[in-house]
Design a protein around this ligand. Structure first.
Ligand code: RIB
Length: 297
């Protein structure tokens, strides 16, 4: 099995459930509140760990209880956490989440210590890029750090997966061209392409020189699109109660399956299954299934 390096954010998720998502200027009564661990980077690292990958996580948390407990939880699900930076300058990142009765959500992220998952920190950990085979990134850390990570992974000939969430189209085209798999959802594909329309946006990204697009389509599954292929790997129909972190579960599962030698279609099928289980449960990290649960379902 090849190893995976996940680089990205760690947050504490403050989640409220509501009947309907609030409109601009509206105050409404929530139904419940919970605190749990999140962050797109940490969620993806947890998915890798729970699903049996050999995974190292580079991230930055605050020197507070949240930060300490996040590291403890990550270690308990087989994520290598030795290199996670603990900042004395900033608190652990925070996400304010509302989830409606259909399981849909809105999320506001306050970076906190994630801002210190920067170029300097990644340079100090360059050895990790040499050791792994796959580098998995999202976009909740500084943009120049993401570009540096892509450059460094490319230098050592590693496979690069970029989940453009939250989508930032200001990333350099040079960096995007080096990504092996760009994994947006249907909204993010348009933002990254700076174009309207699904097909037009996919074409624009391929035209830019992106190697493979894996577009997640909710319960419809995911599409793999490149110069030769345009194929949908069907998803599983389930009753979603909470979609927070479903994309993260997909990305972690996808790279885990690749690291175990699966081909792209098999890896997408595995990722569709893992994320379809995750949306039937509450929370981001606790909803992600283990490899044993996957095998039994
Ligand atoms: O993708 C879901 C995640 O987005 C949440 O866990 C939250 O922390 C934000 O990063």
């Amino acid at each position: 099995m090849s190893s995976v390096l996940v680089i990205g954010s760690s947050n504490v998720d403050l989640s409220a459930t509501v009947t309907n998502l609030p409109k601009k200027g509206e105050t409404l009564m929530g139904k419940s509140f919970s605190t749990s661990f999140g962050g797109k980077g940490a969620n993806q690292a947890v998915a890798c760990g729970k699903l049996g990958a050999d995974v190292t996580f580079l991230s930055c948390v605050g020197n507070d209880d949240y930060g300490k407990n996040i590291i403890k939880y990550l270690s308990s699900v087989n994520v290598k956490t030795d290199l996670i930076k603990v900042s004395d300058n900033c608190p652990t990142g925070t996400a304010l989440i509302t989830i409606d009765d259909d399981g849909q959500n809105t999320i506001v992220v306050i970076s906190g210590a994630n801002a210190e998952c920067d170029v300097e920190y990644l340079k100090a950990n360059e050895e990790e890029f040499k050791k792994c085979e796959y580098v998995l990134l999202q976009m909740e850390i500084p943009l120049d750090a993401i570009e540096y990570a892509i450059e460094c992974a490319h230098k050592y000939n590693k496979k690069i997966i970029l989940n453009p969430a939250p989508a930032d189209p200001n990333i350099s085209v040079e960096a995007l061209k080096k990504v092996d798999y760009l994994t947006p959802n249907e909204t993010e594909v348009e933002i990254m392409a700076k174009t309207k329309g699904f097909k037009e946006s996919c074409d624009a990204l391929l035209e830019l020189g992106i190697n493979n697009l894996i577009v997640t389509l909710g319960d419809k599954g995911a599409a793999i699109i490149n110069k030769e292929t345009n194929e949908i790997v069907e998803g599983f129909k389930v009753e979603a109660i909470d979609t927070v972190g479903a994309g993260d579960c997909f990305n972690g599962a996808f790279v885990t399956a690749l690291s175990k030698g699966k081909n792209e279609a098999e890896a997408i099928k595995f990722a569709n299954k893992a994320s379809s289980i995750a949306v039937t449960r509450k929370g981001a990290q606790e909803a992600i299934p283990t490899i044993e649960e996957m095998e039994n379902m």
